[in-house]
Design a protein around this ligand. Structure first.
Ligand code: KG4
Ligand code: ZN
Length: 355
């Protein structure tokens, strides 16, 4: 059976992700191999992503990771039929590294390129899970840079229902965690600390919970966390924050913060399901790895007869597999724009609904 071999390259932020996906003439795409290099350790010292360092590191990693995924799948570079890369949104310099390498490989192999929308990758990533969704569904996209609710009727058919008016959910985790003296990226660290805390210990706002629309706002939450730390006299007090005797109080604040973010996400997702009448929801993006979000959404949806789908845990955060998969699903749907032209038209800002 003939199949199309797609090499996926993700380099939009602080992870270099490479993957190989095989698209058969009929049937779903298969992930053959994927490899990831996370730059978290490098950026941790700065408390956030340093774009210039991110770009330089992507340059070092892309080709060795490409060789690794080919070796793991037992394929040669010349077997690749399509080179897919993240075209946007993301950091311009970082995107240009992926696009530049894709361009060079395409030219050397005489194979076409396919620029992929990073968020489409996230939204479609649950199709690689053991329990893939079916269209249509509501997508709750919760990453470090985006928080959106979408109605998804098929590949390329994305209707924006609501989005954050300020910080993203991942940013709310990251910024609150930073205030609490936790390392970057804050989401997983805050969530780990929260596991031992009481979620009702601190009063925190649930921004826009009753706004009557499907938009979000998380900037006020971070400010409220800051206010609690000021009251405790702990703001910018690294020694106090790390003192063992204060860890229980900090765990309470972490648990209260996580509970506020999760409650807003779950209630808005339920509101989107109600508004659309759909009975299926897909959660995608880094915050989709959050255990409390999964527990609460599962419980609320089970009560309403709604199916919930997640990407595999290791495919929640940025990776090359979702980029190769999105390319495969676009090709399958007859929506792919293949190009043999040099691919230097990255889109650091790019609206998914405009696809
Ligand atoms: O999707 P992603 O890898 O990158 C973007 O496209 O932005 O998401 C990264 C975000 C970060 O804000 C990180 O703190 C958050 O996902 N995150 C989590 C967890 N794991 C990652 N937030 C809460 N709980 C987690 N377990
Ligand atoms: Zn992402």
């Amino acid at each position: 059976m003939a199949e199309t071999l797609i090499l996926g390259i993700e380099s939009s932020c602080d992870e270099t992700g490479l993957a190989l996906v095989a698209l058969p003439d009929s049937g779903p795409p298969r992930l053959l191999s994927h490899a990831l290099h996370s730059q978290i350790d490098m950026h941790q010292a700065y408390g956030g992503v340093v774009p210039e360092l991110a770009s330089r590191d992507h340059i070092r990693r892309v080709v060795p990771l490409a060789r690794q995924v080919l070796a793991e799948a037992g394929r040669a570079m010349s077997d690749v039929d399509v080179v897919a890369y993240t075209k946007g949104p993301g950091l311009a310099g970082a995107l240009l590294v992926g696009a530049g390498v894709a361009c060079a490989l395409g030219a050397a192999l005489g194979k076409p390129l396919l620029g992929v929308h990073h968020l489409e990758g996230h939204v479609l990533s649950p199709f690689l899970s053991v329990d893939p969704p079916e269209f249509p569904f509501v997508a709750l996209l919760v990453s470090g840079g985006h928080t959106q609710l979408m109605r998804v009727d098929g590949v390329g058919r994305y209707e924006l229902l609501g989005e954050t008016v300020d910080d993203a959910a991942g940013e709310a985790f990251d910024k609150s965690a930073k205030l609490m003296g936790l390392p970057y990226p804050g989401g997983p660290h805050l969530s780990k600390l929260a596991a031992t805390g009481r979620s009702d210990a601190f009063e925190l706002p649930r921004p826009m919970l009753h706004s009557g629309n499907l938009d979000f706002s998380f900037a006020g939450l971070k400010t409220a966390v800051r206010t609690h730390l000021v009251r405790l006299g702990w703001l910018d007090q690294a020694a106090i924050l790390s003192a063992t005797e204060n860890q229980a109080v900090l765990a309470d604040l972490a648990a209260s913060t996580q509970a506020a973010i999760v409650e807003v996400l779950v209630k808005k997702a339920l509101a989107a399901l109600k508004a659309t009448g759909l009975k299926r929801v897909v959660v995608a993006g880094g915050v989709g790895a959050n255990k409390l979000l999964r527990e609460q959404l599962d419980r609320a949806c089970a009560r309403r007869g709604v199916r919930v789908h997640y990407p595999e845990l290791h495919l929640c955060t940025d990776n090359g597999a979702m980029i190769a998969l999105a390319a495969a699903m676009r090709l399958q749907a007859g929506l792919a724009t293949l190009s043999t032209e040099p691919a230097f038209d990255v889109k650091p800002r790019w609206d998914l609904a405009a696809l």
